[in-house]
Every structure is written in C-alpha cells, then in structure tokens.
Write a protein that binds this ligand. Structure first.
Ligand SMILES: Nc1ncnc2c1ncn2[C@@H]1O[C@H](COP(=O)(O)OP(=O)(O)OP(=O)(O)O)[C@@H](O)[C@H]1O
Ligand SMILES: [Mg+2]
Length: 249
C-alpha cells in the first residue's frame, strides 16, 4: 500500500461575505517537499494557509493531514499534530523577550508537559538553530529589527516540532543579504526533515528553492508543476508573471 501524502486538500472553498477568497482548491504535498504558493495580491494565498492551520474554517471541502481528516479541528489541535507556521505580518508578544516568545511555542507544541525552565532551554536551542544572535535572546521583542523578529517568529513555529511548516512571505521586508540568509535557513529546515509550504512573491526565490509550485489567481488554482513548468505556463504568464516582467531576474 502506498503511504498517504502529508497534506491533501480537496475542493476547499472559503468566502468572506460575497467574496470567494478560495475556490475549489485541490492539491497534495508529499513528505519533505518544499512547495511554493504564488499568485497576485488578493489571490487567496494567506487565506489558504490559514485554512490549513485552522485559523479559518473553510465553507466546504476537506483537508487531510497524514491521512487524518482535520477539516473540523482547531489550531491548537493541528499544532499538536505537527502543523505550524508564520504569519504574513510578523507577530510576537512585544513586551516579552525573544527567548520567552519562543518558549511559548515549545509549551504550545506537541512536546507535552514541560517546565518553563526546560521550555526556555529548548527555546534557546531553536533560536541557535535559526542563527539568532546569542546576545539578543533576552532582548524584548519590541526592540528587535524586522530580520530578528522574523527569526523569532520562525523559531517559535519550529519550537512546536512541526512536520509541516507554513511560511507566509518570510523574506518580505528583508534586505538582500537577510533574504539570502532566510533562504539558506529554509533549506536547513527542510534538511532537518520538515516539509514546507511557502508563500513568496519573489519568483527568483521560488525558482531557487521549491520542488513544486502552485499558482493561485482570484482564489482558483490556475497551475501546478515544477518551477520551470509554471513560469512557462501561458495562464500564469498572463495573470501573474506578465504584470511584472522583471520578477524572474
Ligand atoms: N478576514 C478577512 N475578511 C474579509 N476578507 C478577507 C479576509 N481575509 C482575506 N480577505 C479577502 O480575501 C481575498 C484573498 O486574500 P488573501 O489575504 O488570502 O490574499 P493573498 O493572496 O495572501 O494576498 P497578498 O499577496 O496581498 O498577501 C482578498 O480579496 C482579501 O481582501
Ligand atoms: Mg497574503
């Protein structure tokens, strides 16, 4: 018998009022893949990630994780099963330190009972894994810059021991060097055995890092394939790539 994919979406639809943000989406993600989710602004990318992590409930359709139906579960339940991620707007508790923020991830994750001290120890380990400065671990998050904040966010997600990591524009707002470092980090995360579904606007990053790409437009999946297949797809060029022809450079 073949193993089920890590994640399977079937006919997933979600509306906000009269607006259909995500329509009839089907796709699968296999273990240890890096899959890119791309499309123009408002295409439904963030909404789809929030349906997978159960922050939003779909109107119809089903979602399975490791063969189990998670269509009716809550965020904390799927987090314990191994789904976590980062949000498009970097969020953290501003009046807590970097290490405290990540320790919350440890406590929230599927590690079971852990003391606060143990959680902080594990948090420090994860912050080191994401190459966060040793001397800023006790800094309040409100005093960190955007690149540091994104690392804290990533560490917080990793601290829950995910099998599937959902990344929503982790390189947005970063300079070139920090962006390159973030890409290296994503490769390192995959090497550690974690599967990644990432929303990213910069096609060069998608081309360099993803095994497969899914393209959304107005809430619908318009293409899916290897990065090469997708950038040569007529519908993708028309609806997305055509709007900024320099995005492949
Ligand atoms: N909470 C919400 N309430 C109402 N409408 C929403 C909500 N979240 C998203 N939408 C709408 O759903 C559509 C899809 O939004 P979504 O944020 O998923 O797009 P996106 O592909 O992530 O875009 P971007 O690239 O700008 O981040 C948009 O029209 C958006 O305005
Ligand atoms: Mg978005």
């Amino acid at each position: 018998m073949t193993k089920s994919p890590l994640l399977e979406l079937e006919k997933v639809t979600k509306s906000f009022g009269g607006l259909i943000a995500v329509r009839n989406i089907d796709f699968q993600i296999d273990r240890n893949e890096i899959v890119g989710l791309v499309g123009p602004n408002g295409a439904g990318k963030s909404t789809l990630l929030k349906i997978i992590n159960r922050f939003y409930k779909q109107d119809s359709g089903s979602i399975r994780f490791e063969g189990e139906d998670i269509s009716r579960l809550n965020p904390h339940e799927v987090c314990k099963m191994g789904i976590s991620g980062t949000t498009q707007i970097a969020q953290a508790f501003p009046d807590m330190t970097a290490i405290e923020n990540v320790a919350i991830g440890v406590l929230f994750g599927k590690l079971g009972r852990t003391s606060v001290n143990e959680a902080k120890k594990k948090a420090a380990e994860v912050l080191r894994f994401v190459e966060f400065s040793e001397n800023k671990m006790e800094t309040l998050v409100k005093n960190l810059n955007i690149a540091e904040l994104r690392r804290v966010q990533l560490a917080k997600a990793l601290a829950t021991n995910p099998k599937l990591l959902l990344l929503d524009e982790v390189t947005t707002g970063l300079g070139h060097i920090e962006g390159e470092k973030a890409i290296e980090l994503i490769r390192k995360i995959r090497k550690s055995g974690i599967t990644i579904l990432m929303v990213e606007h910069i096609m060069k990053i998608i081309m360099g890092i993803c095994d497969r790409v899914i393209v959304l437009n107005h809430g619908e999946k318009i293409a899916e394939g290897t990065p090469e297949e997708v950038v040569n797809n007529e519908a993708v060029i028309r609806s997305y790539l055509g709007e900024s022809s320099d995005c492949l450079k």
